[in-house]
Design a protein around this ligand. Structure first.
Ligand SMILES: Cc1ncc(COP(=O)(O)O)c(C=O)c1O
Length: 434
């Protein structure tokens, strides 16, 4: 029973489209009604009906320290007493830029924005401005925010121009967007043979985190790097999720690949709205006021956001990333063992503290077509079963999950015990056939 959530949803639906300010929140992917939350602490969320949930969403990635980390909250409280923003330069912007460029040496210059969407669309404009070319190449199942040219899915063939994936995006706006399957270097090579002279940039999530969680195959990222170098295209890594999530140096350090531009978001804002893009000095110098590519933002580099971000980043150490990876591994192996011993076909993916759960018989899931074949009704049953046990996974079979430093052995044990009950329930109700 969630009476206040139900009442709020009814009210929300009369004043907010779908009752939500971002689509996945409304539970369409799993059925049922969304829960309204009023508080978070450590790994837990508290609903408006005073129910406690163990959270594996972490505000979709930013909360690597858990909810309401005392040091982050204290830093913000102090910062707000000095004012909320000045629309002018501040010392904390310099500190943030220095810290990021220190951890990610491919970033020689960085500019702060207010969301991941702003970061990717600015990076693409910049790549087009620098190269004087039109086309960009993205991957099926990768999400880079909701800028028009990026809101596309693959056409029927590898060489098909992309079809807009949202009403309101004229086809002309996506005519220059090329699509290839994730992890398919050959498809990318073919596109470069045909269009290479007009490809301004490749943009890719180094670990796909918006089609569940799909790591790159060996040689995929380095192959993309090589093609960009060969054709003079800009290689953009969208590390909005992976930046400071899979390690201090992001996925670029983990996989040993050097992008020309990097997009960041989520963790660098410590839970407040943020984005950033940066990279090679000679590319970034094309930006106004130095260069001809225009980009600006009233609230960019907001001191409260950057305070939350810096307080978060300063807590992170290589040892803590090891802890996160270990905790996540225990969760993944435990879930897989329990699902399989119940008789379910179940696969897991993990990169650091990012994870993916698939009800699927396919042993190696590397692209969107395979992800889309996974069993959504099974996931929905699992999601709602776990929710009843007080565990909140992302309300969609196509989103990555996140473990935070606030998740301890006790939370993982509880999750695994709960999963046994849920898997057994799924079997009893004949949800065995994928
Ligand atoms: C990889 C990636 N890039 C870009 C974005 C867009 O970020 P925002 O929602 O802050 O606009 C997201 C959002 O989830 C993302 O996962």
């Amino acid at each position: 029973m969630r009476p206040y959530s139900t009442e709020l949803l009814a009210r929300a639906q009369t004043v907010i489209p779908g009752g939500v300010n971002s689509p996945v929140r409304n539970f369409k992917g799993v059925g049922g009604d969304p829960i309204f939350f009023k508080q978070g602490y450590g790994p837990y969320l508290i609903s408006v009906d005073n129910q406690k949930y163990l959270d594996y969403v972490g505000s979709w990635g930013p909360l690597i320290l858990g909810h309401a980390h005392p040091k982050v909250i204290k830093a913000i409280q102090e910062a707000v007493s000095y004012g909320l923003g000045f629309g002018a330069t501040t010392p904390i912007e310099v500190e943030m830029a220095e810290l990021i460029t220190h951890h990610m040496p491919s970033i020689e210059r960085i500019r702060m924005v207010n969301s991941g969407t702003e970061a990717t669309q600015s990076a693409i404009r910049l790549a087009r401005g620098v190269t004087g070319r039109n086309k960009i190449l993205k991957f099926e199942g990768c999400y880079h925010g909701h800028a028009d040219c990026l809101l596309v899915k693959a056409g029927s063939g590898l060489l098909t121009f992309a079809i807009p994936n949202s009403a309101g995006v004229p086809e002309a706006f996506t005519n220059h967007t090329l699509i290839a399957p994730f992890n398919d270097l050959q498809a990318v090579e073919s596109l470069f043979v045909d269009f290479g002279e007009d490809i301004a940039a490749i943009i890719v999530e180094p670990v796909a985190g918006n089609m569940n969680c799909v790591p790159p195959q060996p040689e995929f990222l380095s192959g993309l790097r090589k093609l960009c170098t060969q054709y003079g295209s800009v290689f953009i890594l969208d590390e909005v999720i992976t930046g400071f999530r899979v390690g201090l140096g992001g996925a670029q350090e983990l996989y040993g690949v050097t992008p020309d531009l990097t997009c960041l978001g989520k963790i660098i804002g410590g839970g407040l709205p943020v984005g950033a893009f940066g990279g090679k000095k000679e590319i970034m110098d094309y930006l106004a006021p130095n260069g001809p590519v225009y980009q600006a933002g009233t609230l960019s580099g907001n001191p409260i956001t950057l305070t939350a971000g810096l307080a978060t980043l300063k807590e992170l150490t290589p040892e803590l990333y090891n802890t996160l990876a270990k905790t996540t591994k225990t969760l993944m192996t435990g879930l897989k063992e329990r699902a399989e011993s119940a008789g379910l076909s179940f696969q897991t993916h993990q990169v650091g503290s990012m994870f993916g759960l698939f009800f699927s018989e396919e042993k190696q899931i590397v692209n969107y077509t395979q992800v889309a074949r996974s069993d959504v009704p099974h996931f929905q049953a699992f999601f709602h079963g776990m929710l009843k046990q007080g565990i909140y996974f992302a309300p969609s079979a196509f989103e990555s999950g996140f473990v935070s430093l606030a998740h301890t052995t006790a939370e993982i044990d509880y999750t695994l015990q709960a999963s046994e009950k849920v898997f057994a329930w799924m079997i009893e109700h004949s949800l065995t056939v994928c």
